[in-house]
Design a protein around this ligand. Structure first.
Ligand code: 5GP
Length: 133
């Protein structure tokens, strides 16, 4: 069965899209730890990140870097943190989270509740900063 992330890639489930190319896709996490919390995924459905081919994993890292730099330009933060859990959705993904303090990357914390307009505006700003690169 297709993962929820494959459905997002195909547009069957809406998302606040940040980036897409032939192999990768990025979108805002719907339960963010911080404004700008983004997920970057390979389009090919593989559960465990370390089962990805070297080629796809390397490409994912480059994509993650590009998007992290755009997030950093968009959201006031000290730096962008990176995490891989995969405990909930069995489709490899990297979390990018703007950090002001160490506690901002604590996944046990209550998630932010943002309005649709807030999600849309953050996504548009990150996309703009991606284009400027
Ligand atoms: P993990 O698998 O890394 O433990 O967590 C999966 C992440 O995906 C969670 O942070 C969760 O909020 C996010 N997520 C789960 N379902 C959806 C969805 O339908 N849309 C979006 N944008 N994010 C989702």
């Amino acid at each position: 069965m297709a993962t929820i992330f494959s459905k997002i890639i195909r547009g069957e489930i809406p998302s606040y899209k940040i980036y897409e190319d032939e192999k990768y896709f990025a979108f805002l996490d719907i339960n963010p730890l911080a404004e700008g919390h983004t997920l970057v995924i390979p389009k090919d459905e593989t559960d465990y990140i370390f089962d990805l081919s070297d080629e796809i994993l390397s490409g994912l890292s480059v994509c993650v870097k590009r998007i992290a730099l755009a997030i950093e330009k968009t959201v006031p933060c000290k730096r962008v943190g990176i995490a891989v859990l995969g405990l909930e959705v069995p489709h490899a993904h990297v979390h990018l989270i703007p950090l002001k303090t160490e506690g901002d990357i604590n996944f046990s914390k209550p998630k932010l509740k943002l309005s649709q307009d807030e999600f849309r505006s953050i996504a548009a700003s990150i996309r703009k900063n991606l284009e400027l690169k």
